[in-house]
Every structure is written in structure tokens, then in C-alpha cells.
Design a protein around this ligand. Structure first.
Ligand code: IMP
Length: 200
């Protein structure tokens, strides 16, 4: 059964391919399907944005779709960067966006933060399913490490032994991250439906 990933990010598409092909899905990108939709992320939650992206593709194709939306929420910044994580304060680079978070926390004792991911799966009949993963931690005093992307160099997860996520092997994120948790829920759901190659 064909499943379209609502993303133009090659890394993300590969990641989902590895996860979903064992369930018998033929995983394709929206580019492969020649779908040129730029969906405006006007939702007020990660769930709403994931739904907007997946619905736009489902309405055009009536195929199974996966989309996701993620971000970093910093408690002392009132939940920012949040939905705007990829374009925080309009700053052009990840490094500048990380510095803006560090700057915003200057003088604050509360460095609590969490990553959130919401995955939306729309099945062939159009039913929508949401799977959310959260990863708690704190914001480091300064950038450290070069693995991963985005806010990884300033995020110390609760299970990271005081090290930033970017200082730890990629395998660490694959096991503990917000995305790993949401994917785990998605996979449990697919298993429940007996979405195995033999049933497709
Ligand atoms: P997306 O919705 O998955 O594309 O994520 C939006 C933005 O959130 C990214 O551009 C990053 O800035 C941030 N982000 C999401 N997940 C992570 C992560 O695992 N590590 C670091 N930053 C992340």
C-alpha cells in the first residue's frame, strides 16, 4: 500500500522509509508523487500543523499519509520557540536561533525545556490518527557538540547524564528522543491493526 510522507526533507523521508517499509508500506515522498503543495502552518499547536500538512496531501491523493511537526518549548520563555522553532525570531541560521534561546535565558534559574513531536497518520479511509512524543530536559549554559541538528547543541535531556544531545551519539536520540517516542506509538498502533506485509 502506498504511503506518502508529507515532507521535502530527504533525511526525514529516509527515516520514515526505514520505519514503515517493514510494515509493507511503499513509502514515497511528496516530490516523487509530483505534489507541489506549500501548506501554511497556521495551526496553534503541533497537532494542528501536522494535521494541516497531512490533510492537504490526503485530499489530493486519497493515499495513506504521514506528516509531523516538532519544536522546542522553553518554560521560562513562555513556551517559545515552540511552533516557531524553525524560524525563531526570524533568524536565518540554527546557530543564531540557539544563541537567541541562550540570550533569552540569561539570568534565569529556570532552564526547563522539552522537545515535542506530533506525527499525523491518515489511513486510506481518511481516518486521522495523532501520536505525540515529548522529551524533557534543560537548556545548557552554552552550545556543545556537533551531532544532530537544530537545538541539539543546547539541549540536555533528562537521560543525557548532563551532556547535550549534540555531544552524544546519534543512536542515543534514536532511542530516547521525542520523535522516537512518537514513532514508537505509531508503530504500536500499526502492529495493533496487524499492518504487516502479509496482510497488505
Ligand atoms: P520539524 O517540524 O520536525 O521540521 O522541526 C521544526 C524545528 O524544530 C527544527 O527546524 C528544529 O529547529 C527544531 N527541532 C525539532 N526536532 C528537533 C530535534 O530533534 N533536535 C533539535 N531541534 C529540533
Amino acid at each position: 500500500m502506498k504511503l506518502i510522507i508529507a515532507s521535502n526533507n530527504p533525511g526525514k523521508i529516509e527515516e520514515y522509509r526505514d520505519i514503515l517499509e517493514p510494515f509493507g508500506f511503499q513509502v514515497v515522498s511528496q516530490k516523487q508523487e509530483a505534489i507541489c503543495l506549500e501548506v501554511e502552518e497556521t495551526g496553534t499547536t503541533f497537532e494542528e500543523n501536522a494535521l494541516l500538512k497531512a490533510r492537504a496531501i490526503y485530499e489530493n491523493t486519497h493515499c495513506c499519509v504521514i506528516s509531523d511537526d516538532s519544536g522546542l518549548e522553553v518554560e521560562a520563555l513562555g513556551g517559545e520557540p515552540g511552533l516557531y522553532s524553525a524560524r525563531y525570531k526570524g533568524l536565518p541560521t540554527e546557530h543564531e536561533r540557539r544563541l537567541a534561546v541562550l540570550e533569552g535565558l540569561k539570568g534565569s534559574d529556570n532552564r526547563k525545556a522539552r522537545f515535542v513531536t506530533c506525527i499525523c497518520f491518515i489511513d486510506e479511509s481518511g481516518q486521522e490518527h495523532l501520536f505525540t512524543g515529548e522529551w524533557n530536559g534543560v537548556i545548557a549554559e552554552k552550545e556543545e557538540g556537533s551531532n544532530g541538528f537544530g537545538y541539539d547543541p543546547i539541549f540536555i535531556s533528562e537521560d543525557g547524564n548532563g551532556r547535550t544531545t549534540a555531544s552524544l551519539p546519534i543512536s542515543f536520540k534514536e532511542k530516547y528522543s521525542h520523535r522516537a517516542k512518537a514513532v514508537e506509538k505509531l508503530m504500536a498502533y500499526l502492529k495493533l491493526l496487524r499492518f504487516t506485509p502479509s496482510h497488505l
